[in-house]
Write a protein that binds this ligand. Structure first.
Ligand code: GLU
Length: 285
């Protein structure tokens, strides 16, 4: 017993020394320097004291660059909470714009350490990257003008219609599958003018993204009910199981301690109702 206590004391002292040693991750604002197993992504990021997080720059409520010049939104807040658990303060996060089509590539080639970008978990993407989460359940829906000249009310009405979405997204694939005529851009923001000019009949992507655009422009409306399941995950390197598990631990921690709720309330929660987060899926493959 005594030996165990001494050993514990020695470890506690050693970590106290590391913390007071002002490592790169100590921002002087009470951000503690956590200890991670050598060789892990967590240890690498904690040691370098910075992280590259991919997110959207054009999507209100989840990830949008406003006048501040740095992105704001629910995904951004989740990113800050993950960075904090690595001992990295918000000002040491390098935000990288990811569009729907480059997310897997950016994770694979190291442009980003992690992607938090309204990113649906699916098997095809899991062939090249891995996902922590889900941390939110969205679903594909439809945005029209309030005039809605094509009279679109549901996904059935999209058949044969020009519907704007984004290259490399799950909604774009769904539009093709149901017989709509997809008109694809790099970002959803690029769909708004064509919709307002009547060049497309509707815009289709996740309900929560569309709700953000509708909240900013009262000539637009979200119609119908969601017709797909879009569980949002956090993209990490393929088979980086330790990092994926760490991010899942952070999610469970912020679900329990109220940080997830506070992040929601400060961002998407200004427009959308709060829903309890889904259970994380620690899948194996
Ligand atoms: N969640 C969907 C996806 O990951 C649509 C939103 C997006 O393109 O980011 O493809």
């Amino acid at each position: 017993m005594k030996k165990g206590t001494l050993a514990f004391g020695a470890i506690a002292l050693a970590s106290a020394l590391v913390i007071s040693g002002c490592s790169a991750a100590d921002d002087g604002n009470g951000t503690e320097t956590p200890q991670f197993e050598e060789g892990t992504t967590m240890a690498k990021l904690a040691e370098q004291g910075s992280i590259k997080i991919g997110t959207k720059f054009d999507q209100p409520l989840f990830g949008e660059v406003g006048p501040s010049g740095t992105p704001e939104g629910f995904d951004v807040e989740i990113g800050k909470l993950i960075a904090k658990e690595l001992g990295i303060s918000a000002d040491k996060i390098q935000w990288v714009e990811t569009v729907s089509a480059n997310r897997e590539t950016f994770i694979q080639n190291g442009t980003t350490d992690i992607v938090i970008a309204t990113y649906t978990i699916n098997d095809k993407r899991k062939e090249s990257i891995s996902f922590a989460g889900p941390y939110y359940l969205a679903g594909q829906s439809i945005l029209t003008t309030k005039e809605n000249p094509a009279g679109i009310q549901s996904d059935a009405d999209l058949v044969g219609k020009q519907v704007c979405s984004v290259d490399g997204s799950t909604p774009a694939a769904k539009l093709a599958e149901i017989g709509a005529i997809p008109v694809l851009f790099k970002t959803y923001a690029e769909c708004i003018d064509p919709l307002k000019l009547g060049q497309v009949d509707a815009v289709s992507t996740d309900n929560v993204i569309l709700a953000g655009f509708a909240a900013k422009d009262d000539t637009l409306q979200v119609v119908g009910t969601p017709f797909t399941d879009e569980p949002y995950g956090i993209g990490v390197g393929h088979d980086d199981d330790a990092f994926r598990s760490f991010v899942n631990d952070v999610l469970e921690k912020i679900y329990a301690n109220g940080d997830y709720r506070a992040a929601w309330d400060a961002t998407a929660g200004k427009v959308l109702p709060y829903v309890n987060p889904p259970a994380v899926n620690r899948y194996s493959n």
